[in-house]
Design a protein around this ligand. Sequence first.
Ligand SMILES: C[S@@+](CC[C@H](N)C(=O)[O-])C[C@H]1O[C@@H](n2cnc3c(N)ncnc32)[C@H](O)[C@@H]1O
Length: 267
Amino acid sequence: MLPRENVVSTQTFSFSQVQKRVAHVSGSTTGMESKLLYHLARKAEANGVVVEIGSFLGKSTIFLASGSKEAKQQKVYAIDPHAGAPVINKKFSGPTYQRFLRNIEGASVRDAVVPIKKTSDEAFRDWHRPIRLLFVDGDHAYQAVKRDLKQWGSFVVEKGVIALHDALNPGVGPPRAIVEVLLSQKDFSRFGVVDSIFYGTKMRPKTLFDWINWYFFAGAMRLTAALISFTSGSRPRKIKTAVQQKLVKTWLKRWLTGVTLAVARPF
Ligand SMILES: C[S@@+](CC[C@H](N)C(=O)[O-])C[C@H]1O[C@@H](n2cnc3c(N)ncnc32)[C@H](O)[C@@H]1O
């Protein structure tokens, strides 16, 4: 029998259909990142809800909810204070809650989303549900990302997945937080990078393939965090641009995405 909270719908939500429905919604996820979120939500190797920290206008929420709906899985808890910061797109610098609601309704996923109009810290105070997929894209400051990973990560069930946006973007917290929280022990494995999303599964590496994957991605993320940290101080602008923009944000991101798509095959 299905758990009580599962969303059952007769409508189909294939990725290409969802892409059309979401075409008018602004957001920070690229086409491939959206596809990854859709497939991670649809895959459901573990049992629990989906939690999204940082929904903005609902673009990523719609992909997560559509994937979950297609697999008749549990709802997406979409946490965002919707207070209008940080500004991504100057057109949408004010409060976002009403537009968020309109967008998820327009994409036919309102029944699969539980909006929580709070910061992640406020929402965490009375949280009690097991989580099978956690997507972190809220406050990008290092301490905030680290806290989100530790607090919310403790509710992620075995074989559940954590994914973070801006994992290879210099000037924000995720690269260092990933190294310090997700890669400090071997309780996460089966990593991958798709554009700027880093994801991993809560399980110890088991097979030879898991171990190779672990050392490859842990090494790559440690290198990324070290390169960003090395060039964060008072380095000449040319060196900063060459390392942070070209090496990390362009080449490393592209190579790691290529390896992920070819070997880990998340979709
Ligand atoms: C980069 S946007 C999210 C984009 C969204 N995931 C998408 O794909 O369109 C970041 C969002 O995080 C929200 N945010 C900022 N601080 C937060 C916090 N402490 N807890 C939860 N959300 C937060 C902001 O309101 C903003 O809407």
